[in-house]
Design a protein around this ligand. Structure first.
Ligand code: SF4
Length: 269
């Protein structure tokens, strides 16, 4: 499907808003992106946490960390086969690409073990997805917002207030985060999508922050309207269809995985 007609997502929209040219290079020109250990770290942590929850919390902690190990090393090795020079890998802060690969392995293993401990202690009440009768993990949605088809995956949906809220149809959206960038737009979109696709109430959303091993404060999403969220998708969709990809060089160029193919690159800090 051509990029003009694809369903949109939160990450596509945020990428387009931050730098339209990056969107263009990645999704139209298909410039091969440079690998980043942070991306494998996030994916492997999510998979391990999901497997733990799907096992109804019966796996041993070391079985869950083993899943992180397998996923992370598998993805890193695959990327190393494509790009063996770790100096070309993206890395944040003072770390080299090679150091970041090592450090995120240790971090991810610790964070996975900490998630298991946290989940055992807090027993988050996962909502039951009515169509499958299974726990609300990695919920896939496709809804229309602002006249645009939007799709995504919601990490977790919980019964609000640990199942104590009288209204059984009220759920809370939760996103698991290994990085520091938190997107309110993401929680807002997912909350609106849950209302639309599953007809439930969503008044609050939050993040599980792997960095601290805790939940964030809840974000109120009861006032978020479909129109307000839909407008951002509509604007982005119209921009892409019009072939409008404005470059926005600046700080984010340091974290851009297609900067090697960009004529506007600026290493401003
Ligand atoms: S290097 Fe900077 S200007 Fe170029 S695409 Fe990436 S973020 Fe945009």
């Amino acid at each position: 499907m051509s990029v003009e007609n694809q369903p949109r997502s939160v990450s596509q929209t945020e990428q387009y808003e931050k730098c339209g040219w990056r969107f263009y290079l990645q999704r139209v020109e298909r410039v091969p992106p440079r690998p980043a250990a942070w991306s494998f770290h996030g994916t492997a942590f999510h998979s391990a946490a999901e497997a733990w929850e799907r096992s109804s919390r019966t796996l041993e902690a070391d079985e869950v960390t083993e899943l992180f190990h397998e996923q992370y090393t598998g993805m890193v090795n695959e990327a190393l086969a494509e790009e063996p020079n770790t100096d070309r890998w993206l890395a944040a802060g003072r770390y080299t690409g090679g150091e970041d690969i090592e450090r995120r392995y240790v971090l991810g293993m610790d964070q996975t073990a900490a998630y298991v401990e946290w989940s055992k202690a807090n027993r988050p009440a996962l909502w039951t997805e009515p169509n499958t009768g299974g726990p609300a993990l990695e919920l896939s949605f496709m809804v229309e917002l602002g006249g645009v088809k939007v799709r995504g995956f919601i990490d977790q949906a919980l019964e609000e207030d640990e199942g104590k809220v009288e209204d059984e149809d009220e759920v809370r959206v939760r996103d698991l985060k290994t990085g520091t960038m938190k997107s309110k737009f993401q929680l807002q979109t997912y909350s609106v999508a849950m209302r639309k696709q599953w007809g439930v109430k969503v008044n609050r959303a939050d993040w599980y922050l792997a960095k601290t091993g805790r939940l964030s404060r809840p974000v109120k999403v009861d006032q978020v309207s479909e129109d307000e969220i839909g407008q951002r998708f509509a604007d982005m969709d119209a921009g892409v269809k019009a072939g409008n990809f404005p470059a926005n060089p600046g700080f984010d160029c340091n974290f851009c995985d297609v900067s090697h193919g960009c004529i506007f690159f600026s290493s401003k800090t």
